[in-house]
Design a protein around this ligand. Structure first.
Ligand code: PLP
Length: 469
């Protein structure tokens, strides 16, 4: 007997209804069970640790305790904070939005030159061919690129297998912190690129930040101001295990001479410190007495790691390619080569830089690529010169840096606070700068200006600054 159509439809509706009811009940029961187990595990942990925080753990979404190192971090990372203030200004003054000129974050603006670009293009094209396709590569980078970095940029002072190619210097600094762990004492230039301090805090190397001095416990701050030509007196400060040193410097624009670096290497050797030398701005060096690499200094291989990057060489800030040199001769107190542990982190927590991008890196190191880099850097250095001249012409302001670096560091008139100067310049000239205090307490009273903007913007900003200040 054929079932009639309406009884079949009724039967289907009933089945769907029962299924829906069962699933809803199941989901509800599962959810209730999960929530109650989270709450009971969170509250039992709370009860055993402290009864005063019971209410906050009841509000918790999960039962996971926050990594306490993160709550020690004071404020957000500097550059998002600058962007936040700039956006707040635009929101309050929408008519000014198109007038904003950014001399803040050190991001490149000029297009990638043609030969270097062709390297990136070839890298991508190869991936579409049977013979040229490659998948995962060596975590340490392509052999040819490591060889070319060692020969072209270091004149074979280092071995290719001491070079680790990466996705950039910032990431490498963080991976170095992973290698050093939570028990080391870190020293930084004050002011300095914020990544050294913030990653040290995240790793648990520090105590909390003192609200008055704005310094973290367990970090050795090495003042670098106009009074000491922006070069630290490490000998007069407590010993640190790891000393971060950046030359040419972000933010001060100071570039350490051969004599200064020789004394620093010597001192690190005497005190048994490891020097992490950040050479991200090396291509800006024009002074022949300023080394482009720490390995130009005798004995540096036994104390120094160098982090570096194609970001500022070739406008690769968005492309992402860097490298770190860890010499075989650099050893821990028990004789273990530091390189072994860095290699372990690179092979475990990193999977190699993009093969397309490494092809771009190889093009950078061709003679044509190196010529293009020089032209690009000269353009930014000319911008820096215009910024220097502008501040030199404004009474009460003193200007530093900008000759072997893309950053101009301006000393404000006596008593002027750097965040106040930042706000004043944003409001009166619609120019975004970076307050020196954002780079550490030693930067108070200074302002950093980046020369990475397009030339017409630099000229316009200089004209406005002369009127506003
Ligand atoms: N080191 C310093 C001193 C920097 O100023 C920067 C970026 O501004 C970096 C490293 C980051 O380089 P990368 O783009 O390779 O991560």
């Amino acid at each position: 007997m054929k079932p009639n159509r309406s009884s079949l439809t009724n039967c289907c509706i009933l089945t769907i209804f029962i299924f829906a009811l069962t699933s809803t009940t199941l989901v509800t029961v599962t959810r209730a069970f999960t929530t109650s187990s989270i709450l009971s595990s969170a509250s039992s942990r709370t009860l055993s640790s402290s009864s005063s925080s019971t209410s906050s753990s009841l509000d918790a979404v999960t039962g996971v305790t926050r990594n306490p190192n993160f709550s020690k971090l004071a404020g957000g990372y500097l550059f998002p904070e600058i962007a936040r203030r700039r956006n707040a200004y635009i929101e309050a003054h929408p008519d000014m939005a198109s007038r904003i000129i950014s001399l803040g974050i050190g991001d490149t603006t000029q297009p990638i030159p043609s030969h270097i670009l062709s390297g990136l293009e070839q890298g991508a094209t190869k991936l579409g061919t049977k013979d040229g396709y490659t998948g995962y590569g060596a975590e340490q980078g392509q052999t040819l690129l490591r060889q070319r970095i060692a020969s072209v940029l270091y004149q074979d002072r280092i071995e290719p297998d001491e070079v680790f190619v990466s996705d950039g210097a910032k990431c490498d600094i963080s991976r170095l912190q992973q290698v050093f762990g939570s028990q080391v004492i870190t020293a930084v230039q004050d002011p300095s690129y914020p990544v050294y301090v913030d990653t040290a805090v995240m790793m648990g190397q520090t105590g909390t930040q003192d609200s008055t001095t704005k310094q973290y416990q367990n970090i050795v701050y090495m003042p670098c101001t106009a009074d000491n030509q922006f070069f630290p007196d490490y000998a007069s400060l407590p010993r640190a295990d790891i000393v971060y040193f950046c030359s040419p410097n972000n933010p001060t624009g100071a570039a350490a001479t051969k004599e200064q670096l020789t004394s620093l290497v010597q001192l690190c050797k005497e005190r048994g410190s490891i020097l992490v030398f950040d050479a991200a701005y090396a291509p800006f060096i024009r002074n022949p007495n300023v080394p482009k690499s720490i390995y130009e200094i005798d004995g540096a291989k036994e104390v120094a790691i160098e982090v570096n990057s194609f970001s500022k060489y070739a406008g690769f800030t968005g492309v992402r390619l860097g490298w770190t040199v860890v010499p075989h001769a650099l050893k821990y107190s028990d004789g273990t080569p530091v390189r072994n542990d860095f290699n372990r982190v690179m092979t475990t927590a990193f999977n190699g830089a993009s093969n397309i991008v490494q092809s771009g890196g190889l093009a950078c190191l061709d003679p044509e690529g190196m010529k293009e880099i020089d032209t690009l850097i000269n353009y930014y250095l000319e911008n820096a010169k215009l910024l220097r001249e502008t501040f030199a012409s404004i009474q009460g302001y003193k200007v530093f840096g900008g000759t072997d670096a893309p950053y101009v560091f301006v000393q404000l008139p006596q008593g002027m606070k750097s965040w106040d100067a930042f706000t004043h310049i944003l409001e009166k000239a619609q120019v975004v700068t970076i307050p020196g205090a954002g780079f550490g307490p030693g930067g108070e009273g200074y302002l950093r200006l980046s020369a990475f903007a397009p030339r017409d913007k630099i000229i316009e900003a200089c004209a406005r600054l002369k009127v506003a200040l």
